[in-house]
Design a protein around this ligand. Structure first.
Ligand code: B12
Ligand code: SF4
Length: 457
């Protein structure tokens, strides 16, 4: 959105709230003060908030702060998957917002910034006095290259290129993310990806992708790239061609990378080609080790296909990143145990296990009763907070599900994660950083270090 606005001659500032809070060591008051200073010094005509479900209460608070600072003239607008799913409710919960953009909004914000009246701009729900009015839907941008490269220059690139174990999970590389397509080949019942991307997959050209890779290596100087596509292998031939072009450009020697694949897309040839081009890890949305569980979420995969994908990835020399979803609709204790056995067998280098959250706009959400919907609290949609007991969709009691989930975390998720982190030999790995800190401590306080050593021996 920022890139499109800039190309049309508008001035844009980006405030990445997470980056800001990290830099301010989570001092929320200072972060708010910075936001207010930016708003009052710069006095934007439009303030846009990008939000996901857990940050909805925060959106209402920040919109109110901006309204107080900017008065009624500024247009306050929100977008993202959550407002797209529930535009009217978003406007009711955030009384300071003027409008909500639905779906992809590069062209919507561009037209608004050019001066179009909101009520005549497709892709919005607009607050009009006391009424909420939906404008006609906006079609998806067919040629995604036409939007241009992201306006990375608006971000503090050094901050993002600092080595960290989150981008290529549990390997501390300096890394950035690149998206080569929009959309997915499937529509799982818990996934909200289609709300913004729509049906099907739209691909960036390989020239565009290679330019992004060159930006990552030459301008950001990173060691690794995380391809952020829902699935990088939506078109297997194109992915093989991308790998070939990366090898020809010498990127296989300069970069390592990882990507998401669906298990049905894993073939020995494709995985080997990816490995040759510098791929080190594949993220698979296995979700469950049981056929019934996979069918319940419309995954279009089986437990056998999950096992086959693990075997093929290992044979190609790739690390396995397993996404697991616990609390699937109708899940029984026996099915949960099948998932545990699958993980015990696969022993993935990365295991991300989450409890299913009924995200607005997904078929899981649509199937909730009014009582269950009323029990939802948006802040509970973050990983750290378990969803409300009323939203337990399994065949187990909430107590049983919670205790099985806790034991799964204790027995498998944490040990596998610690083992993976301990194996990270990169320069910024947790182990090395800890050793460096201990060495520094021992140099400064030799007596205390000696005593500590005696105690821990
Ligand atoms: C990359 C990613 C992340 C990254 C970066 C997030 C980010 N800020 O972009 C990280 C890892 C941090 C992340 C975290 C989370 N994510 Co995430 N993530 C994604 C992913 C894979 C790609 C997002 C993307 O780049 N899309 C491509 C661009 C073009 O689309 P977009 O970002 O949606 O933006 C367009 C529109 O939404 C709209 N728009 C967006 N913002 C704004 C703002 C304004 C003013 C306007 C007008 C329009 C507008 O216009 C944009 C351009 O077309 C999506 C899956 C997907 N396919 O989208 C999930 C997804 C967005 N994530 C999801 C979730 C649930 C989460 C978490 C809540 C998980 C958790 N439980 O902790 C956290 C929340 C983090 C937070 N800060 O709130 C859900 C969102 C569902 C929802 N209802 O909110 C998705 C859809 C995946 C899913 N499970 O279905 N995520
Ligand atoms: S395969 Fe992955 S990205 Fe595609 S719909 Fe399912 S969960 Fe979403």
């Amino acid at each position: 959105m920022a890139a499109v606005l800039k190309r049309r001659g508008h001035q844009v500032r980006l405030l990445a709230r997470e980056e800001q809070l990290m830099k301010l060591r989570m001092d929320w008051d200072r972060a708010d003060a910075e936001l207010l200073t930016l708003a009052t010094d710069w006095r934007p005509d439009i303030v846009g908030f990008s939000t996901m479900t857990p940050s909805m209460p925060e959106l209402a608070r920040l919109a109110s702060l901006c309204r107080q600072a900017l008065g009624p003239q500024a247009m306050l607008l929100a977008g993202g998957p959550h407002p797209t799913a529930l535009p009217h409710r978003t406007l009711q919960e955030c009384p300071d917002l003027d409008a909500v953009a639905l779906g992809e909004a590069e062209m919507t914000v561009a037209e608004l910034a050019d001066g179009a009246a909101p009520i005549r701009t497709p892709g919005l729900v607009v607050r009009n006095d006391q009424e909420l009015t939906a404008t006609p839907p906006r079609p998806h941008v067919a040629d995604v290259d036409s939007l241009g490269p992201p306006a990375c220059e608006l971000l503090d690139l050094k901050h993002y290129a600092t080595p960290n174990p989150w981008m290529i999970r549990w390997l501390s590389f300096s890394a950035t993310n690149i998206r080569t397509s929009r959309g997915c080949t499937n529509r799982c019942s818990f996934c909200a990806g289609h709300l913004v991307a729509g049906a099907g997959v739209r691909l960036h050209s390989l020239d565009y992708v290679m330019d992004q890779i060159a930006f990552a290596t030459d301008r950001m100087n990173v060691q690794a790239v995380h391809f952020e596509d829902d699935t990088l292998a939506a078109d297997a031939l194109r992915l093989a061609e991308l790998c070939e072009r990366m090898c020809r450009a010498g990127m296989d020697k300069r970069l390592v990378w990882d990507a998401c694949l669906r298990v049905d897309q894993a073939t020995p040839e494709l995985l080997r080609t990816m490995r040759r081009a510098g791929c080190i890890q594949i993220e698979f949305g296995f979700e469950s080790g049981s056929d019934a569980g996979l069918a319940a979420i419309g995954k279009r995969a089986t437990a056998e296909m999950n096992r086959r994908a693990v075997t093929l990835a290992r044979e190609a020399g790739l690390r396995v990143f397993a996404d697991i979803m616990v609390g699937l609709p109708g899940e029984t204790a026996a099915e949960f145990r099948r998932t545990e056995r699958f993980i015990e067998w696969a022993r993935p280098e990365v295991l991300s296990a989450a409890r299913l959250c009924p995200l607005p706009g997904t078929s899981v959400y649509e199937r909730l009763s009014d009582r269950q919907r009323a029990a939802l609290k948006w802040e509970d949609f973050a990983y750290m907070n378990p969803p409300a007991a009323a939203c337990n969709l399994t065949a187990m009691s909430d107590r049983k599900l919670s205790s099985m989930y806790r034991s799964f975390e204790r027995r498998l998720v944490r040990p596998l994660t610690w083992a993976s982190m301990a194996r990270d030999t990169s320069d910024m790995s947790l182990r090395r950083r800890l050793k460096r800190r201990l060495r520094r401590f021992a140099l400064r306080h030799p007596l205390r270090a000696w005593r500590l050593g005696k105690l821990t021996r």
